[in-house]
Design a protein around this ligand. Structure first.
Ligand code: DOR
Ligand code: ZN
Length: 436
């Protein structure tokens, strides 16, 4: 791609993207001005707009991540709202939902407003804070859900992610509470009594390595319980990082019954298996753990079929000292924002409409982000990303914009490259580089 500028945004400038493939259509031109897609059509005149050559590129609605750990406040050594926003923009995202397991926990209007404000100041993606379900993620008392919903951050998704809301009575209360403002509870499904001391997926590999296992049923039992609670209450449930074939079957059953449930899968659970643990490299330690090849196959099929609604990264940056240590002491989690689209292209191939649906339109709808997840059309907010599907790149942890280095894809060559990202018509990424 050739643009007239390679770095430094120009606020208020118009952009004309020439000859780009929009999902489901022939190559066309897109004129972005005033924060929206002003015109769509072939042979548009530049009229002073900066011209971006879109030949060979695909325009997707800006990606939306429902599950991002930005670590601020508290662990700014691992990530900040700004560095995580930059990583997101480079990955093609225009909106991310920031998980609540910060320090202090995002369990009050004050903390969610702080994160929301930091996101606005960074200005690279829309940062939508997620509020904690329980005070301090301790699973004992409901947090101030209403105050967070009414705050400037307008929180609609609540999650104790990192921890499961294990108490069924609290889970029921939370589901009841958020119904008033059409909120959603995003559950990290892990029955804690079944995963005490767990280090990896419980199965043949854990037996061979002699590591304590995290059985699939610990996830499936909570999902089964929660879909029944959601049905009973008539409220919205979202299941974080689904990881087993059995979970897919529970979800299939619930959806058939009309339960208001959605679910996400991470790129790493679509690509990697528990065999990686044999390296004892803690970069592969994650929660829920990497599962078997049969689980990976079931998750891929469920994503295509729509039983799993969306892809979410669970981008989980960790400082070196928390990752480069013995497996047993390492924190679980891996980076995801800068590689998600490439992993999905690897897994699904160039199924652009499916990718737009699972990585942009549906997550935007679940989160209630009305400016996002919309295909380029006249009058639509200009939140979009341009992908070069022909490019291949080898992942280098040193080149990640994240403050952390814990990518599980180091050295792997993956298809696709994000060439440009626009947030309300302003470029956040051009020629594959962050503009700020
Ligand atoms: O691997 C994980 N890391 N899973 C989680 O649920 C939390 C996350 C984190 O915050 O690091
Ligand atoms: Zn989680």
């Amino acid at each position: 791609m050739k643009t007239e500028l390679t770095a430094g945004g120009d606020p208020g400038a118009a952009y004309l993207i020439r000859g780009v493939r929009v999902v489901g259509a022939e190559p066309t031109d897109l004129l972005l001005t005033g924060g929206v897609v002003a015109e769509v059509g072939r042979g548009l005149a530049a009229r002073g707009a900066r011209v971006v050559d879109g030949d060979g590129l695909v325009a997707l609605p800006g990606l939306v991540d429902l599950h991002t750990h930005l670590r601020e406040p508290g662990r700014e050594d691992a990530e900040t709202v700004e560095s995580g926003s930059r990583a997101a923009a480079l990955g093609g995202y225009t909106a991310v939902c920031a998980m609540a397991n910060t320090s202090p926990v995002a369990d009050t209007a004050g903390v969610v407003e702080q994160v929301w404000r930091l996101g606005r100041e960074a200005g690279l993606v829309d940062v939508q804070p997620i509020g904690a379900v329980t005070v301090g993620l301790a699973g004992e008392h409901l947090a101030e859900l209403g105050a967070m919903a009414e705050s400037a951050a307008r929180v609609r998704i609540f999650s104790d992610d990192g921890h499961c809301v294990a108490d069924p009575r609290l889970m029921r209360r939370a589901l009841e509470y958020v119904k008033a403002f059409d909120g959603v509870i995003a559950q990290h499904a892990e029955e804690p009594r079944l995963t005490e001391g767990a280090q990896m997926h419980e199965g043949e590999v854990s037996t061979r390595l002699g590591l304590t296992g995290w059985p699939a049923v610990a996830e499936e039992a909570i999902i089964a319980r929660d879909v029944l609670l959601a049905e009973h209450v008539g409220s919205r449930l979202h299941v974080c990082h689904l990881s087993t074939a059995g979970s897919v079957e529970v979800l299939r059953h619930a959806k058939k019954r009309g339960v208001r449930v959605t679910a996400e899968v991470t790129p790493h659970h679509l690509l990697l298996t528990d065999e990686r643990a044999t390296s004892y490299d803690p970069v592969f330690k994650v929660n829920p753990p990497l599962r078997t090849a049969a689980d990976v196959t079931a998750l891929r099929e469920a994503l295509v079929e729509g039983i799993v609604d969306i892809v979410a990264t669970d981008h989980a940056p960790h400082a070196l000292e928390d990752k480069e240590c013995e497996w047993a002491y390492a924190r679980p989690g891996m980076l995801g924002l800068e590689t998600a689209l490439s992993v999905l292209l690897d897994v699904l191939g160039e199924r652009w409409d499916l990718i737009a649906e699972r990585m942009s339109r549906t997550p935007a709808r679940i989160a209630g982000l009305v400016e996002h997840g919309r295909d380029p059309a006249p009058g639509v907010p200009a939140n979009l990303t341009l992908v070069d599907p022909a490019a291949r790149r080898t992942i280098d942890p040193g080149e990640q914009a994240s403050r952390s280095r814990n990518t599980p894809y180091a050295g792997l060559t993956l298809p696709g490259r994000i060439v440009a990202t626009f947030l309300r018509g302003e470029p956040t990424v051009l020629d594959g580089k962050a503009v700020r």
